[in-house]
Design a protein around this ligand. Structure first.
Ligand code: ADP
Ligand code: MG
Length: 253
């Protein structure tokens, strides 16, 4: 079986600063793959490489068996054209810490935007699906509200529905609950739990260790641009082997 994501010695630098220093990991289809680690360890950069928001400098990154961002020919790599990059990105949904909704559009319009613009779907079809997706994230009664009229938890659920509207095969979550008031975290995690139950492949950067333990199939601890430790959430969180992992967990658990 092909892994949904395969990272082989992935490196990424910003100028002289090497932020990813050889990331090796595999995410199996249908799995919830959690990434934990201190601030600045390269977690967001890694997700951004998967979603073409950053370009890998060295190593190979594959999504569903396809090399991300490049074409390989006779052992050489050639950068993909914009149109080809857009096609690869279409299958990947991403949810950020900040909800990034379009403020001048209602919840339904936010969810409809990509299907209308990218897939050229009809307005009626896009609206129908948006309403169904908003129902799925528990917002059936908020379809025509603007982001400013929604709580942070509701906005983040709209953001999840918006990502789902393109029917992605992979969802990336970058600390989706970190910007929320504590009482709103649960409703977002509940939606993510449902998605996992439906078999969505998800990579989740999170500090919610309870969620990772309960929902995660695999977990890696990243520090200073490398994967320090990996395994089941139970093993890594319950029985960390490395001092750096132990020290980090003692601060967050
Ligand atoms: P994390 O998500 O684990 O907190 P990041 O991937 O956001 O870590 O950042 C890792 C390091 O890369 C940090 O030191 C950050 O300052 C740096 N970095 C991230 N993006 C850029 C950028 N566009 N230009 C320069 N440095 C960056
Ligand atoms: Mg980050």
């Amino acid at each position: 079986m092909t892994a949904m994501v395969k990272s082989e010695a992935v490196h990424k630098s910003f100028g002289p600063v090497e932020v990813l220093r050889g990331i090796d990991l595999e995410v199996q289809a249908g799995d919830v793959f959690c990434i934990v680690g201190p601030s600045g360890s390269g977690k967001s950069t890694f997700l951004r490489c998967i979603n073409h928001l950053e370009k890998v400098n060295a190593g190979r990154l594959y999504v569903d068996g396809t090399l991300v961002g490049y074409r390989e020919k006779n052992g050489k790599l050639y950068e993909l054209r914009d149109r080809e990059v857009a096609a690869q990105r279409r299958d990947i949904g991403m949810v950020f810490q900040r909800f990034n909704l379009f403020p001048h559009m209602t919840a339904a319009e936010n969810v409809m935007e990509a299907p209308l613009q990218v897939k050229r779907e009809s307005k009626a079809a896009a609206r129908k699906r948006a309403v169904a997706l908003l129902e799925r994230v528990g917002l059936a009664d908020k379809t025509d509200n603007y982001p400013a009229q929604l709580s942070g938890g509701q906005q983040q659920r709209v953001a999840i529905a918006r990502a789902l509207a393109m029917e992605p095969k992979l969802m990336l979550f970058d600390e989706p609950t970190s910007a929320l008031d504590p009482e709103l975290v649960g409703e977002v995690l509940d939606v993510m739990r449902d998605l996992a139950r439906d078999g969505m492949t998800m990579i989740v950067v999170t500090h919610e260790m309870g969620f990772a333990r309960e929902v995660g199939d695999s977990l890696v601890f990243m520090d200073e641009g490398i994967v320090v430790e990996s395994g089941t959430p139970r093993d890594v969180l319950g029985n960390p082997q490395h001092d750096r992992t132990k020290s980090f967990l003692s601060k967050v658990l």
